[in-house]
Design a protein around this ligand. Structure first.
Ligand SMILES: C[S@@+](CC[C@H](N)C(=O)[O-])C[C@H]1O[C@@H](n2cnc3c(N)ncnc32)[C@H](O)[C@@H]1O
Length: 243
């Protein structure tokens, strides 16, 4: 009892003199990102339902969402072995024929997000993501650097023959079209598709990610999409099942 009181007193004194200890990096990521609970739910879903395949992300930027996805799998993998892979040019947004209120070519070249380690304004690199994973004690992700049209076809389905969860966070119609065409051979009955930018373009269903997914479903009548969750400010998730 006395020792407990002493320990509390010492802790209080230390916090008063040197300040509160910083929260672990992953705790800060989870608290700071409203998408985290949906990432964790999606991974729990594929692990529980035993949907085979890897966790892949298209649009990594500084690695925050990829680290959260990896953390979701680390929480409780239910015996499912999965790789965590990210695809990005790390050069920011390519040009698009669709005009958005804010986005311009090259946006996302520098750190503007809440990366807990990188300086605001620092040039985004694959190393930034690797450092974030290391700081969270996560195994290094597999990163594929370049435009999706060039990086996806050589590895899907050759290296990644099955995809259980795809986080599609590349903003643009053209980029999303490349991603969906590229991952088609690896899709599974039960694959969760997380679209980060679904309601951008003021919610216009004929633009952006929403347009690309509608066109994909029209071109692939073997798949049907069940709505899973709307989350965050702009995001929407679906589960694919075979007809
Ligand atoms: C909004 S950021 C991703 C944010 C990240 N998922 C997060 O939540 O922290 C969009 C990323 O998509 C990438 N991107 C967009 N289109 C691409 C393409 N066609 N090929 C490769 N990368 C692309 C950009 O380089 C940029 O880093």
């Amino acid at each position: 009892m006395i020792r407990q009181q002493l320990r509390r007193g010492l802790n209080y004194a230390r916090q008063t003199v040197v300040g509160r200890p910083a929260l672990p990096v992953m705790t800060r990521l989870i608290r700071g990102d409203q998408r985290a609970s949906t990432f964790f739910a999606a991974i729990e879903f594929v692990n529980y339902e035993q949907v085979p395949g890897d966790i892949v992300e298209f649009g990594v930027f500084t690695g925050i969402s990829l680290a959260l996805l990896a953390q979701g799998h680390r929480f409780d993998d239910k015996g499912m072995a999965r790789r965590v892979a990210g695809f990005d040019s790390f050069d920011g947004l390519p040009p698009s024929a669709e005009e958005h209120a804010r986005w311009r070519e090259g946006a996302c070249q520098t750190n503007h997000a809440w990366h807990p380690l990188a300086a605001p304004g620092a040039r985004v690199t694959p190393e930034m993501t690797r450092e974030l994973f290391a700081a969270c004690g996560l195994p290094a992700p597999e990163l594929h650097v370049g435009l999706f049209d060039q990086t996806v076809p050589p590895v899907i389905p050759a290296t990644y023959s099955a995809v259980a969860v795809a986080h599609i966070d590349c903003d643009l119609y053209e980029s999303t079209r490349s991603v969906l065409t590229g991952i088609a051979p690896a899709l599974q009955d039960g694959t969760v598709l997380l679209f980060d930018d679904w309601f951008h373009y003021r919610g216009n269903p004929h633009k952006g990610e929403s347009r690309a997914f509608t066109e994909f479903l029209d071109a692939h009548p073997e798949w049907q999409a069940a709505h899973y969750r709307s989350y965050g400010t702009f995001c929407n998730a679906f589960i694919l099942t075979r007809k």
